[in-house]
Design a binder for this molecule. Structure first.
Ligand SMILES: [Zn+2]
Length: 318
C-alpha cells in the first residue's frame, strides 16, 4: 500500500523509532522504502536531553538524503504517548515523562511532527506495508524485553480512553504463587513478567541455578536448538504463557490474525506448537475458528516504518 499525504508532497519523512536500548532514525518514502538509516545505542540511564542530542545528530547525518527537506516527522515512543497533543507521557524503563516532543521536533526542523506509542506504530506498519494490508481485524504482539500489544478493529487502531488499549502484557497467565514472577506493573504472573526476555532468563535460572549470570534469552534459545531439554521446556512454557494471553485478548477483540514481532519472536519455531495448542485450549473456538498466528513481515524495522506511517498520516485516520 502506498500512502498519500493530503498535501501533494513528494519529500520523504524522517522516521524515528526510540527503543528501550537503541534509537533508529531513517529517511522513508510513502511506499515504505528506507533510503538511509542511522542506529545509536541508548543507555537506560539516559534522560531526554541525551536522547534529544542523539536525534539531532542522526537527523544531521541523514539530511543529505532529503535535499528538499522532510515532508514531516513521525516518532515511535517507547511507553505511553499522547498522539493528539504530541506528548511523550511516560516510559517505565527510562523514567522520561511529559515531554512535548512533537512540538520540539516541529520547531527544530520547521516541519510537522507526530508521535505514537511504539507498539501501535508496529501495528500501523503491518497494516500499511506488512501482512495485514487486507486484514481489518488483527492483533499485533511485541515479545521482546517486555510484551506489548496493538489492536486493529474494523480497520482502525483501537486506542481506549487513555491510549493504552491492547496492553496484553499485563494479562495474568500464571496463578501459581510459587511460579508467578513479579511484573514491572506491581502485579504477579503477568505475561510480560513470565514470557518476555527477562522472564525467560529468570525461569531458566530457577531450573538451572548454575547457569551463567550473564545468560540471555537468545543464549537459552540457542541451547534449545542444540537439544538442551531444560531450555526446550522453558521455550515451550513461553508458548503456553503467550497462548493464554493471546486467547484472552482474542476472545474480546475477535481478530482474524495475530502478528508477532520483537526479538523473542525470532525464535517462534521454539514455542509455536506450545502456543498454538494452548491457544486452542483457551480460546472460544466457535467464535475464532481459523485464527492465524504469523511473524511480522517487517522484522526489526516494524516500529520505524510505523513511525513513517504516523508522520505521513499526520495524526489522522489512525
Ligand atoms: Zn504486569
Amino acid at each position: 500500500m502506498k500512502l498519500e499525504r493530503s498535501i501533494q508532497d513528494a519529500r520523504p519523512v524522517l522516521a524515528i523509532d526510540i527503543g528501550g536500548s537503541k534509537l533508529l532514525c531513517a529517511v522513508v518514502d510513502a511506499s515504505g522504502h528506507i533510503y538511509a538509516k542511522e542506529r545509536k545505542a541508548l543507555d537506560s540511564t539516559f534522560g531526554f536531553d541525551e536522547v534529544w542530542q542523539i536525534i539531532l545528530q542522526c537527523a544531521e547525518k541523514l539530511k543529505s538524503y532529503a535535499p528538499k527537506g522532510f515532508s514531516c516527522i513521525g516518532v515511535a515512543i517507547p511507553g505511553l504517548a499522547d498522539p493528539v497533543n504530541g506528548i511523550w507521557l511516560y516510559s517505565p524503563f527510562s523514567g522520561i515523562s511529559n515531554i512535548p516532543v512533537a512540538s520540539m521536533l516541529s520547531e527544530a526542523f520547521q516541519t510537522p511532527a507526530f508521535i505514537e506509542n511504539d507498539v501501535n506504530a508496529c501495528a500501523l506498519a503491518e497494516r500499511t506495508f506488512g501482512r495485514c494490508t487486507e486484514i481489518d481485524d488483527f492483533l499485533w504482539v511485541t515479545v521482546s524485553n517486555g510484551i506489548g500489544g496493538g489492536v486493529f478493529a474494523g480497520g482502525k487502531l483501537l486506542r481506549g480512553a487513555l491510549g493504552s488499549a491492547g496492553e496484553i502484557g499485563h494479562v495474568k497467565v500464571e496463578y501459581d504463587d510459587t511460579k508467578a514472577i513479579r511484573c514491572g506493573c506491581g502485579g504477579y504472573g503477568c505475561v510480560e513478567a513470565m514470557a518476555a526476555g527477562p522472564g525467560i532468563v529468570k525461569r531458566y535460572r530457577t531450573t538451572c541455578p548454575d547457569a551463567s549470570a550473564l545468560i540471555t534469552a537468545r543464549n537459552i534459545a540457542a541451547l534449545a536448538r542444540n537439544g538442551n531439554i531444560h531450555a526446550i521446556k522453558i521455550y515451550e512454557e513461553t508458548g503456553v504463557y503467550l497462548g493464554r494471553a493471546i486467547a484472552a485478548a482474542a476472545n474480546i477483540v475477535n481478530p482474524s490474525a495475530v502478528i508477532l514481532g520483537g526479538g523473542i519472536s525470532n525464535d517462534f519455531g521454539l514455542f509455536a506448537d506450545a502456543l498454538e495448542s494452548e491457544l486452542k485450549r483457551q480460546i472460544f473456538l466457535q467464535g475464532n475458528p481459523s485464527l492465524r498466528i504469523d511473524m511480522t513481515a517487517l522484522g526489526y524495522d516494524a516500529a520505524l516504518l510505523g513511525a513513517a506511517v504516523v508522520g505521513y498520516k499526520g495524526g489522522k485516520d489512525i
